[in-house]
Ligand binder design. Structure first.
Ligand SMILES: [Ca+2]
Ligand SMILES: [Ca+2]
Ligand SMILES: [Ca+2]
Length: 252
């Protein structure tokens, strides 16, 4: 619980500026979003796209499971894509990503996780352009530090971390509302898994009753090389301290 209150503080800092990046700033971040467009292969659903466009994330050290959004009876299991803004995409028979989305547009040409909402009859909403869904990310090894970037949270309290490391007692961490297409950051430590809700559908929205509040996500970790060098420095520092102590004990 102590850890969670720390996380909330981090989150509040994120709205004020970049201070949230404090612990990550020394380390170069490595994106865990596949660096190509396609559908993320989920553990509990098969891809609707061709095999060549179905992206298995196991080699990136994590898997993704779609979760039934229990807080909204009108929606079923969402799918997840890796998408960049500058290209139009047609996935399956129903999903059309435009160069300019009705509401959620990353400013950079980077790859983002992009959820696609489905109703209970397995039909996509808004031709696949309602970025809403609940997903569980599971890491093969505990991640010391995971940085989440949320794009375009304009309504609160909906987009959130619902659970960390399977702790059913944890309280959701809600992201505050920010401006159109703004990015907010959240850092989680010692992560085996987390459940994230992205976006809020229109029938639950007071602000965007027709389109809902669509949200995209990036997940990154410090580059392994960076962690190693910091670790090496820390060890060197410890040895330096010991040597000094040894020296001082010899001279006295
Ligand atoms: Ca695209
Ligand atoms: Ca928007
Ligand atoms: Ca949208």
């Amino acid at each position: 619980m102590q850890k969670l209150s720390l996380l909330v503080k981090t989150l509040v800092a994120s709205t004020a500026g970049f201070s949230v990046l404090g612990s990550m700033s020394a380390a170069k971040a490595m994106s865990l979003v596949p660096q190509r467009e396609g559908e993320i292969e989920l553990t509990n659903m098969s891809c609707i796209v061709d095999n060549a466009d179905c992206i298995n994330t196991t080699s990136l050290g994590y898997t993704v499971t779609s979760k039934d959004p229990v807080s909204n009876d009108n929606y079923g299991f969402s799918r997840l894509f890796s998408d960049k803004k500058s290209t139009t995409n047609t996935w399956g028979l129903e999903i059309n990503f435009n160069q300019t989305d009705e509401g959620t547009n990353p400013q950079t040409d980077a790859f983002w996780f992009r959820p696609v909402a489905y109703d209970n009859n397995n039909n996509v909403i808004e031709n696949g352009r309602l970025e809403y869904g609940v997903f569980e990310f599971n890491f093969a090894q505990t991640a010391n530090e995971v940085k989440l970037s949320f794009l375009d949270v304009e309504e609160s309290p909906f987009t959130s971390i619902l659970q960390v490391n399977g702790d059913s007692n944890s309280q959701p961490i809600f992201l505050p509302a920010a401006g159109d297409d703004e990015t907010q950051y959240l850092v989680l430590n010692n992560v085996d898994s987390f459940v994230v809700q992205l976006g809020n559908p229109g029938d639950n929205s007071t602000k965007f009753s027709s389109t809902g509040d669509g949200v995209n996500l990036q997940v990154s970790v410090p580059e392994p090389g960076t962690v190693l060098s910091i670790g090496t420095l820390a060890v060197a520092g410890m040895f330096g301290l010991r040597r000094k102590r040894n020296n001082s004990s010899k001279t006295t």
